[in-house]
Design a protein around this ligand. Structure first.
Ligand SMILES: Cc1cc2nc3c(=O)[nH]c(=O)nc-3n(C[C@H](O)[C@H](O)[C@H](O)COP(=O)(O)OP(=O)(O)OC[C@H]3O[C@@H](n4cnc5c(N)ncnc54)[C@H](O)[C@@H]3O)c2cc1C
Length: 218
């Protein structure tokens, strides 16, 4: 499903419309555009996380439509990430509530940065996304990464409180994907931290901001 840049996502509850959403998945467009805020992502996560549909069902429907697995690889990989994080949760249990591979460092606080809570980071794409998030319960994956990077790697907040804040507001709240992705961004579940910069944000969010605190080279 492609959304215009200024259109907010909606999440119908009729099963027929959910099936139409699965039918509309275009794996090639997805592969080419998923990182852009108006990309052809599926908006299926609330239904998956609430158990209305399964990743296996979506996978089967995609193959039934005749999409070649190779062409649908990127989309299938993302479904697999969701199930992988669930399996990590099952295997590691409470350990996912703590820094799982590395101790996050440096950490100076265990709060959610005020600028994130109030959508006043000064990064226009991020502030707009947070304001919309409060209304819709949805955030594009790239925005989740930018918000986590600003909170943990710039604001030096420990990942857990901001992760809980995001979880609380998400329609697709899934503690495995949430906690383990926040830890991935913060370097607690990866060997390096995810770094966001203004140039990358401008590219994927169609902004043209300069001189912000993220306007730095990689
Ligand atoms: C900091 C952070 C927090 C996150 N918290 C959650 C969460 O609480 N719940 C949640 O469902 N996802 C979470 N994700 C993963 C991802 O952002 C969402 O699943 C995705 O944006 C949902 O939109 P979509 O259905 O349009 O995804 P699409 O891109 O259309 O993908 C299809 C499906 O694949 C799965 N998927 C896609 N990307 C990922 C990913 N990176 N990791 C795991 N599964 C993925 C989801 O089930 C999604 O519905 C988080 C990612 C980050 C970086």
């Amino acid at each position: 499903m492609n959304l215009a840049k200024d259109k907010e996502p909606t999440f119908p509850t009729s099963y027929k419309e959910i099936l139409q959403r699965i039918d509309a998945i275009d794996p090639l467009k997805y592969r080419a555009s998923r990182n852009y805020i108006d990309g052809a992502v599926s908006y299926l996560s609330p239904y998956i996380s609430r158990g209305v549909i399964s990743t296996k069902f979506i996978f089967t429907e995609i193959l039934k439509k005749g999409h070649h697995p190779k062409q649908a690889e990127k989309f299938i990989q993302e479904l697999a990430w969701r199930d992988y994080w669930q399996q990590v949760w099952i295997a590691k249990a409470d350990a996912i509530n703590h820094d799982i591979k590395h101790i996050q460092a440096p950490v100076s606080n265990t709060e959610v940065p005020k600028a994130i809570l109030e959508a006043t980071t000064g990064i226009n794409a991020v502030d707009k996304a947070i304001e919309e998030f409060y209304k819709t319960g949805y955030l594009h994956n790239h925005l989740r990464m930018y918000i986590a990077a600003i909170s943990c790697n710039m604001g030096r907040s420990h990942w857990k409180s901001p992760a809980k804040w995001m979880y609380y507001h998400l329609l697709d709240a899934d503690w495995a994907s949430n906690a383990l992705s926040w830890q991935w961004v913060a370097g607690a579940n990866a060997n390096k931290k995810y770094v966001a910069n203004q140039e990358n944000i401008n590219t994927y969010c169609f902004t043209n901001q300069k001189g912000t605190f993220l306007d730095i080279p990689y």
